[in-house]
Write a new protein. Structure first.
Length: 183
């Protein structure tokens, strides 16, 4: 299970780099109103990742909780596929998805696939009511790293949600006629 936890940590590191470099610094996505649909998807996915990263090293999601976790992972996959489509639609003014970002997304897909392949037997045993945490017998840094990445993912999701709501508020206020006092 340590290898699976390593893959989760690598996935988190790649995701953090993708978010900080491509989304925040290069693209400045939260500052662009046209990115609302993409930010909504990122917010949802970041919350799911945050839950997984913060809990998987420490908790075994047994029984119904394992089914819930499987559902969250399935939702994450659907959100990611939708994000591939939405990114191409909303990033026209940026010239599309940055080439390095596209490569990063491919690399992340490979690592995440490897994680899921290694994690599926554990998830199956959890759903069956058995099993231990991914972090059992793992070194402490390997437990702490995904947890920290999970907290960062949750914060990133809140930032994306906040940016999206702020953009919606601005768009709504732009549609309203200015206040005029009665004379």
């Amino acid at each position: 299970m340590t290898a699976t936890l390593w893959l989760l940590a690598v996935q988190g590191g790649l995701g953090a780099f993708d978010t900080l470099y491509f989304h925040e610094w290069r693209g400045r996505l939260p500052a662009r109103p046209v990115m609302r649909p993409e930010l909504a998807l990122h917010a949802g996915r970041s919350v799911i990742y945050g839950i997984v990263f913060c809990s998987a090293p420490w908790l075994a999601w047994t029984g119904g909780a394992g089914v819930l976790l499987a559902g969250l992972l399935a939702i994450e996959a659907v959100v990611t596929f939708a994000d591939f489509v939405v990114e191409d639609r909303v990033r026209v003014d940026l010239g599309g998805v940055f080439p390095g970002e596209r490569v990063m997304h491919g690399l992340m897909a490979v690592v995440y696939g490897a994680f899921l392949a290694g994690f599926a037997p554990t998830l199956g045993s959890w759903i069956g009511g058995e099993g231990t945490t991914l972090g059992e017998a793992s070194p402490t840094p390997l437990l702490v790293a995904p947890t920290c990445l999970g907290v960062g993912s949750l914060l990133s999701g809140l930032r994306n949600l906040s940016s999206r709501l702020r953009q919606l508020s601005l768009t709504t206020s732009e549609r309203r006629p200015p206040f005029r006092s009665a004379r």
